[in-house]
Design a protein around this ligand. Structure first.
Ligand code: MN
Length: 379
């Protein structure tokens, strides 16, 4: 029995300034293209079941275009009689119930099973004389509710196969989190051996957590933290449990150049290094970030950024970030690495004694996330 598992397609996401000939944001189109490639693969290879582990859409109120793409592509599966089960992730689930979930539009499509009611639900399918029971847990309204829904799961030993479909950050040795204010954590003990397969969404990097549990990862690069990773989905055969294959998608190349320490470099050396780097990358159609670190302010003022940008004008996006050397001339002490703003904020709060710490953390992460989204969209 062949299954495809994808997640985090984030339809409707857009970034950077570049637009297509039709005036549509290039990254928005790239995101649609990755999802369409996935559906192409499904239509061609006709799996017995397709699972989507959440964040189909990038937001609670996707644009008409994002909705149209989703419906058109999912209809193609429906017309091939391929069952498609999709759970609502933290990106598309509204905080307020009265907003209503966009997934209602999928309610009346044949073979499409949208799960979005903030609680555990099961879908039982007869596929080739076998019973497949899918235990689905979409985004819930609170961590407490999320946890209590996991407790409600009962694996049915009469079914031929029990699958778990969930969206959240698994808290294992490493936390597979995205630093989003509304993300929910899945304690590792919920990923039991009783499931024939556990299809996870939320963490954007393809990851095997254990024999039967996988994050498919996002279908496109959604931030510079995801560079140097393949994007795609999983194909598996639950009757032959060893067979889990990662199928890569053709996506736009994203390059995050390791930071260049400029503290001991002259201006001509810095320019030379940048030129060399851009040349080696071959910027055409790529998304590129170059970071200059510890650059003395007087040198930074002398860099001709216009000229540099011109060298990378064929890129879909090119950004150069410079952090100037601090005025006391002491670079950050060795061994201290500045983590993401969200991580630093969390670390700082941990050292504080406020009563409303939890609320502050949520609120702060919300602001940071919002700001970072805005920053990413800036030229
Ligand atoms: Mn998510």
């Amino acid at each position: 029995m062949r299954i495809l598992h994808c997640a985090d397609t984030h339809l409707g996401y857009s970034a950077y300034k570049k637009v297509t000939a039709e005036g549509i944001n290039q990254r928005e189109i790239d995101i649609y293209d990755a999802f369409t490639q996935f559906i192409d693969y499904a239509v061609e290879t006709k799996p017995d079941l397709v699972l989507h582990a959440g964040d189909l859409f990038d937001s609670v109120r996707p644009t008409n275009r994002a909705i149209t793409v989703a419906v058109q592509q999912i209809l193609r599966l429906s017309q091939e009689n391929i069952p498609f089960i999709v759970i609502s992730g933290n990106h598309e689930t509204p905080k307020l119930k009265e907003t209503g979930n966009i997934f209602t539009i999928f309610e009346h499509l044949d073979h499409v099973y949208p799960i979005y009611n903030n609680r555990y639900e099961t879908v039982s399918l007869q596929i080739k004389d076998k019973t497949v029971l899918i235990h689905a847990i979409p985004q819930c309204q609170s961590p407490k509710e999320f946890e209590s829904n996991f407790k409600k799961i009962t694996v049915d030993t009469h079914a031929d196969f029990n699958l778990l479909l969930a969206h959240g950050a698994v808290a294992a040795v490493k936390e597979f989190k995205m630093n989003e204010f509304n993300e929910l954590f899945i304690p590792l003990h919920n990923l039991t051996e009783n499931f024939d397969y556990i299809a996870l969404g939320h963490y954007h990097l393809y990851t095997k957590l254990q024999r039967n549990a996988f994050y498919a990862g996002s279908t496109e690069h959604l931030s510079f933290t995801e560079t140097n990773t393949q994007k795609g989905f999983l194909e598996l055969d639950i009757e032959k449990e060893q067979i889990h294959r990662f199928v890569p998608l053709r996506v736009r190349v994203m390059v995050d150049v390791p930071p260049l320490d400029c503290s001991a470099l002259r201006i001509d050396q810095i320019i030379h290094k940048i030129k060399e780097t851009i040349h080696a990358i071959d910027p055409k159609g790529k998304i590129i970030r170059i970071r200059l670190e510890n650059i003395p302010a007087y040198i930074q003022r002398g860099v001709d950024y216009h000229q540099i940008r011109d060298l990378a004008k064929t890129a879909v996006h090119f950004e150069i970030k410079a952090t100037t050397l601090r005025t006391d001339q002491t670079p950050l002490s060795e061994g201290h690495t500045m983590k993401s703003l969200a991580d630093e904020f969390e670390k700082f709060l941990a050292t504080q004694e406020y009563q409303e710490k939890h609320m502050l953390l949520n609120l702060g992460l919300q602001y940071i996330h919002h700001h970072e989204e805005k920053e990413e969209k800036k030229p």
